[in-house]
Design a protein around this ligand. Structure first.
Ligand SMILES: Nc1nc2c(ncn2[C@@H]2O[C@H](COP(=O)(O)OP(=O)(O)OP(=O)(O)O)[C@@H](O)[C@H]2O)c(=O)[nH]1
Ligand SMILES: [Mg+2]
Length: 424
């Protein structure tokens, strides 16, 4: 097993922390810093290499197995700055350590049973979280999923044991309730997983951010609305119809929920190939949106949505120019109706990401594991033949074990850990 290291702080700070993990960690650190401090006590040491002083650093040793990775670990808190970091990195390389791959520390932690796959994914999500709701999903949602998973595993273990009893003692007079209780147990577990699967798209949306797309005829005030909602001058506004060509996105934080709001080219028949490409892109964005903001300025025929299955919010713009202002109309010029629109968008965002306390399956991998488990349970229910039912229940247990990684499959591990940043 090689000894790996990586800076675990971003560049530009006053301090750079480098983490080392692996069998040669102590020896390499001693060579750099001299006598090691007591475990888990930070101590100041001069770092030397090739008779040169590299830095004065705080050194902390975390001996195996009580470390992040479960291996011997050291953290070196250096002065920030590229020269110090580069000098220490090249000294560590000289001494036989190598730069860690993305996610390699977490992968070792998983292999040493310091965390399971769900916990590893939750850590990655927490680091990537940009809004309050995403942070909560990465902490509370992941805790709920972890607890649910443990309880499902326990239930399934009992169901398998009951099924084994039915297989092993077929001729004895087992009371008929045993069979009925088993079927009811499978049904209840299946229902719990269906509930989690129903909430999954909302958890996924919260993790990835919602996609809201502004669509409508040219000159209707789409770019003006994007700028107003973003509170910044991002898209070009002009009275010339057909101004916007590229789809332009901004990130909004609606009560802690991340929303990507996209402004698009105005929809109309056009001979201009560049504008036509812009319109094609607008429709493509709308086709995968969570919400379409359908803009109408009251001066030209409203466009009919080509995306009837996607939730659509109709918005009347330029209220200041209309004699009698319709309810819900907005004016970017006077600001009328904008707070109400923001409140409606926030309510929609909350509804689309609500997981209502369900176990939050926020990744395709997690959803696939639970779907496979639920399918095996459904098959067990449809199978009264005890041996076949037993087979289905064991299949369900295997699929569920993949969720936490109790059954590790190399391909799954690669997919999970390659999504991490270096240093995690
Ligand atoms: N009076 C008034 N004018 C507005 C309002 N919103 C937008 N406008 C004007 O309408 C014109 C078009 O605005 P844009 O935001 O560029 O419209 P668009 O829908 O992005 O247009 P395209 O990019 O061409 O599709 C500009 O002159 C804006 O100043 C409004 O609420 N009131
Ligand atoms: Mg525009």
């Amino acid at each position: 097993m090689s000894t790996i290291f990586a800076p675990i702080t971003g560049p530009g700070g006053a301090v750079t922390v480098i983490r080392l993990s692996g069998p040669a960690t102590r020896q390499i650190t001693e060579s750099l810093a001299g006598k090691l401090p007591k475990p888990r006590h930070a101590a100041l040491r001069k770092l030397h290499h090739n008779r040169e002083t590299l830095d004065t650093a705080l050194v902390t040793v975390f001996p195996a197995p009580n470390s992040f990775t479960g291996e011997d670990c050291v953290e070196l808190s250096l002065h920030g700055g590229r020269a110090v970091r580069n000098a220490v990195i090249s000294a560590l390389t000289d001494l036989g350590a190598r730069l860690a791959e993305p996610g390699e520390f977490s992968r070792r932690a998983y292999l040493n049973n310091r965390l399971d796959l769900l916990q590893a994914e939750a850590t990655a999500d927490l680091i990537a979280a940009e809004t309050a709701a995403q942070r909560r999903l990465a902490i509370d949602g992941a805790n709920r999923l972890h607890a649910a998973c443990a309880s499902w595993r326990e239930t399934l273990r009992h169901l398998i044991a009951q099924q084994e009893a039915l297989i092993d003692f077929p001729d004895e007079d087992l009371p008929p309730e045993v069979e009925a209780r088993l079927a009811a147990g499978i049904k209840a577990l299946h229902a719990e997983m269906q509930t989690a699967l129903t909430a999954a798209p909302n958890a996924e949306r919260l993790r990835d951010g919602l996609e809201f797309v502004i669509l409508g005829p040219p000159n209707a005030g789409k770019s003006t609305l994007l700028n107003a909602l973003a509170g910044a001058d991002i898209a070009i506004v002009s009275e010339t119809p057909g101004t916007t060509r590229d789809a332009i996105s901004v990130k909004l934080d609606l009560a802690g929920i991340p929303v990507h709001l996209t402004d698009t080219a105005g929809l109309r028949a056009t001979a201009d190939p560049i504008e036509a490409e812009g319109i094609r892109r607008a429709q493509a964005r709308a086709a995968t949106a969570d919400l379409i903001l359908q803009i109408d300025d009251g001066f030209q025929p409203a466009t009919v949505s080509a995306h009837p299955t996607i939730e659509t919010l109709h918005i009347q713009t330029k209220a200041d120019l209309l004699a009698d202002r319709p309810a819900n109309a907005i004016s970017a010029k006077t600001g009328a109706g904008l707070p109400e629109l923001l409140a409606r968008l926030t309510a929609i965002a909350q509804r689309l990401t609500d997981t209502s306390g369900a176990a939050a399956l926020a990744r395709p991998r997690q959803i696939a594991c639970i779907r496979d488990t639920a399918e095996a349970l459904a098959s067990a229910l449809a199978n009264p033949e005890p041996e076949l039912r037993g087979e289905d229940l064991r299949g369900a247990a295997t699929a569920l074990a993949r969720l936490t990684g109790t059954i590790g499959v190399e391909a799954i591990l690669d997919a999970v850990f390659s999504g991490f940043c270096i240093g995690k």
